[in-house]
Ligand binder design. Structure first.
Ligand SMILES: CC(C)(COP(=O)(O)OP(=O)(O)OC[C@H]1O[C@@H](n2cnc3c(N)ncnc32)[C@H](O)[C@@H]1OP(=O)(O)O)[C@@H](O)C(=O)NCCC(=O)NCCS
Length: 251
């Protein structure tokens, strides 16, 4: 693992697109080398839009959707995956129904075949909102979380973050701990998702240093012996939550 850059932002300033307006566009999309495009969209939509999304799904995706016990979760899954297919298909010049996916060993979905070498993606959803990151083929990860004060706890911080990160968090005044907790959380989850290892990557195996507005650097464990400056993780807490994107590489 080399260093990674993480962009972090609240979703509030990121416009959440209505899927109906997204699906009405068919022009081709491009992601430039070194770029990550971030799409933020709503999952609670009207019946007609949902039906349009459902038509794009593969038999596997349909059976996954059917396994949700709660209709709301099933409907959100259909929209998330329908929009994902629509956007990726526009990048690849394919029909949404023609896209094929493979899964990496820990389940991270990737575009199947040679297309996957030039187009990478990662999806995150939280309640009625989804975020899709599309990259130039390099490994990317994205995480969206609603800021939930009930989830942020000292115990979870200690078991989730590398010791220097949890020390910074726990040293903050109480009113700054929840937003900071989620800033670290989405950054860390985005890296885990970028690596595609899920729970296979120890949570204390890397440390996150916030370096300048909106950007952080990840230090793998083998470098942790080197002293690093940890910036103050204070951040504006968005009304809905936070998003972080991790991309492999130094550029
Ligand atoms: C699989 C995992 C990455 C999903 O994360 P999540 O926060 O529950 O859910 P998100 O909405 O962000 O992401 C889900 C999407 O990620 C993608 N995904 C699935 N497995 C993945 C993996 N191993 N790596 C990256 N992305 C994955 C899928 O597109 C999935 O969408 P789908 O379920 O609709 O198909 C998660 O369960 C996990 O293992 N996370 C790491 C655990 C951890 O220790 N976190 C500590 C917090 S810092």
């Amino acid at each position: 693992m080399t260093s990674r850059e993480i962009g972090s932002t609240t979703p509030d300033p990121v416009v959440a697109i209505q899927p109906a307006s997204l699906l009405s566009r068919t022009g081709s999309l491009e992601v430039q080398p070194g770029e990550v495009c971030l799409w933020s969209f709503e999952l609670d939509v009207d019946e007609a839009t949902r039906a349009q999304c459902a038509r794009f799904l593969s038999p596997d995706e349909r059976s996954r959707a059917a396994r949700f016990a709660f209709p709301l979760l099933r409907e959100r899954f259909v929209v998330a995956h329908g929009v994902l297919r629509h956007i990726l298909a526009r990048h690849l010049g394919l029909e949404a129904t023609d896209l094929r996916f493979d899964a990496q060993p820990h389940g991270k979905p990737v575009v199947a075949g040679p297309h996957g070498r030039r187009l990478s993606f990662n999806l995150s959803h939280s309640e009625h909102r989804a975020v899709l990151a599309v990259g130039d083929g390099r490994e990317i990860g994205v995480d969206l979380e609603r800021v939930r004060p009930d989830l942020a706890s000292f115990q979870l911080a200690r078991s989730t973050f590398a010791a220097p990160n949890s020390e910074v968090l726990l040293g903050l005044p109480a009113h700054r701990q929840v937003p900071a907790f989620f800033r670290y959380w989405v950054a860390k989850e985005a890296v885990l998702k970028g690596e595609g290892e899920g729970l296979g990557l120890p949570v204390d195996s890397f440390e996150i240093a916030f370096e300048r507005a909106g950007l952080a650097r990840v230090t793998p464990r083998e470098c942790l012996a080197r002293p690093r400056r940890l910036d103050d993780p204070e951040c504006p807490s968005g009304r809905n939550g936070r998003v972080a994107v991790a991309a492999r590489g130094r550029d």
